[in-house]
Design a protein around this ligand. Structure first.
Ligand SMILES: Cc1cc2nc3c(=O)[nH]c(=O)nc-3n(C[C@H](O)[C@H](O)[C@H](O)COP(=O)(O)OP(=O)(O)OC[C@H]3O[C@@H](n4cnc5c(N)ncnc54)[C@H](O)[C@@H]3O)c2cc1C
Length: 453
């Protein structure tokens, strides 16, 4: 029987307190039920209780692995626009009452204020869901708990990586003002863009953008304008390499922007988006100001030993749209399922090869092309005001809208028709050429405005 032959870590069998080589120092392991070496389960710790961590913990616990989910601040959530694609509701069985707004109109506004309404091609049941992360995250964490994961309201302060494949990882954490440790077999690093787990396993760095957002409570009549509408603004005044947004929430809007190439000017760009939407947010009250890094590409290392990184910690945010919630939850789930499968329901120790085969390869097969494609689109369309004018002009085309929405809402590259694809390429080229002339003029006036701020 697998349970009788599987590898076990010696620390599983240790008493709660263990003497180390240094007699002054004692490790106090998390107290758990006495473990019978023959029937002991694989033990996993998931660090970070965002969408990535909770989804990983749910899959691990449901798959028979003893699971601890660490979250330092369960009462709050990280800064986020909170837009998720339609397919996530079904795939992750998210109840509709979590949604604040169903956006059916996406307006994109060019540097010269050309306005295009996206959404003409949406079917009656289709929309972009807008929610608050505090609501989504606590729902997903509760579900992980009800699948059997133990939620640890704790800050992980250090991770001690073993020197041999038979020893456990030791997590140091602070809970209820006490320093404690927990020994585990496997770690899932879901602790976001500033990942401590990634540093501990020397996973290497990635470039990041900075995103800044203000949550603004609007007077009722002004909020009505954003009932089911989200806006995206492009232009050098709001971001040199990304877009700025106004996303509706339950009783307020999130107004923000991001940049990778000019982080020190982020407040200037926020000033830019505020100026563009001035008449729509006049009389509004800022209720929260928040900023956070966004990874720009995956880390050089995403699996080392028995540690796997998922979500932002791994670097799974798409260029162009800055979308990461769905990919965080999806990578967490794939990783959790991979560990449960490789360990045969928690009965067997796993290895780095298992994680690479069952998690990394599956992830890359599914999403590598999508991430590359969006990377190229960002380079083509966000580089200059001329290109941004072309982007907005193209968005007016129904075929482009359908392809874009289908890809976003259902997370698969939409299958088009060859003739329309060819037309789309021709339109792209002619828009880029035409807008190059107009864009230069807009660029010059934007520079003038910026130099006056
Ligand atoms: C301003 C902004 C707007 C965005 N808008 C959108 C959007 O509209 N749609 C979209 O899809 N994506 C958006 N993103 C990206 C999205 O927020 C992230 O991709 C997503 O949150 C990644 O989820 P995650 O679970 O990997 O990490 P996070 O959501 O960052 O979760 C990590 C969790 O780990 C916890 N943690 C960290 N360190 C420790 C520790 N040492 N001990 C214990 N716990 C720890 C944190 O408290 C946190 O809860 C936006 C990002 C920003 C910055």
């Amino acid at each position: 029987m697998a349970a009788q032959t599987h590898l076990l870590h010696p620390l599983h069998c240790l008493p709660v307190s263990l003497k180390t080589q240094n007699p002054q120092k004692q490790y106090h392991y998390f107290k758990h039920k006495p473990i019978n070496p023959v029937v002991s389960k694989l033990r996993a710790a998931v660090i970070g209780g965002g969408p990535a961590g909770s989804s990983a913990a749910e899959a691990l616990a449901s798959g028979g692995v003893e699971t601890f989910l660490f979250e330092r601040s369960p009462a709050s959530a990280k800064p986020c626009g909170g837009a998720i694609p339609l397919c996530m509701l079904d795939e992750f069985s998210l109840p509709y009452h979590l949604i604040d707004r169903r956006v059916t109109q996406m307006r994109i506004i060019s540097p010269s204020n050309l306005v295009v309404d996206f959404g003409k091609t949406l079917k009656p049941h289709e929309f972009i869901a807008m929610l608050r992360r505090e609501v989504l995250d606590s729902f997903l964490r509760r579900r992980a708990e009800s699948s059997g994961a133990t939620l640890m309201k704790a800050l992980v302060t250090n991770l001690v990586v073993p020197t041999s494949s038979h020893e456990p990882y030791v997590i140091h954490y602070t809970m209820d003002n006490c320093q404690r440790q927990l020994a585990v077999d496997v770690i899932v690093g879901a602790d976001g863009a500033n990942s401590r787990v990634a540093k501990s396993i020397k996973a290497g760095n990635y470039a990041t953008a900075i995103a800044f957002q203000e949550r603004i409570k609007l007077p009722e009549d002004k909020m009505g304008y954003y009932e089911n509408l989200a806006e995206m603004y492009v232009g050098n005044d709001v971001s040199p390499d990304f877009y700025a947004w106004v996303f509706p929430k339950c009783d307020h809007v999130a107004v923000g922007t991001g940049t990778m190439c000019s982080k020190s000017n982020i407040k200037l760009f926020q000033h830019g988006i505020r100026a563009r939407v001035k008449s729509k947010i006049d009389g509004g009250r800022v209720i929260k100001v928040e900023a956070h890094p966004i990874p720009e590409h995956p880390r050089p290392i995403r699996v080392r030993g028995r540690v796997a990184l998922v979500g932002d910690a791994a670097g799974y945010v798409t260029k162009c749209s800055g979308e990461g919630i769905y990919f965080a939850a999806k990578s967490g789930r794939i990783c959790g399922e991979a560990i449960a499968k490789a360990s045969e329901g928690g009965e067997k120790m796993i290895s780095e090869d298992d994680l690479k085969r069952e998690y990394l390869r599956k992830w890359d097969d599914k999403y590598f092309t999508t991430f590359k494609f969006l990377d190229i689109l960002q380079k083509v369309f966000y580089g200059s005001n001329a290109a941004r004018e072309a982007l907005v002009e193209l968005c007016g085309d129904e075929y482009v809208q359908r392809m874009t929405f289908d890809s976003y809402l259902y997370k698969k590259l939409a299958s088009g028709n060859r003739l329309n694809d060819a037309k789309m390429v021709m339109n792209t080229i002619s828009s880029l050429v035409r807008c190059n002339i107009m864009g230069r003029e807009v660029e010059a006036s934007a520079q003038k405005i910026l130099s006056r701020v």
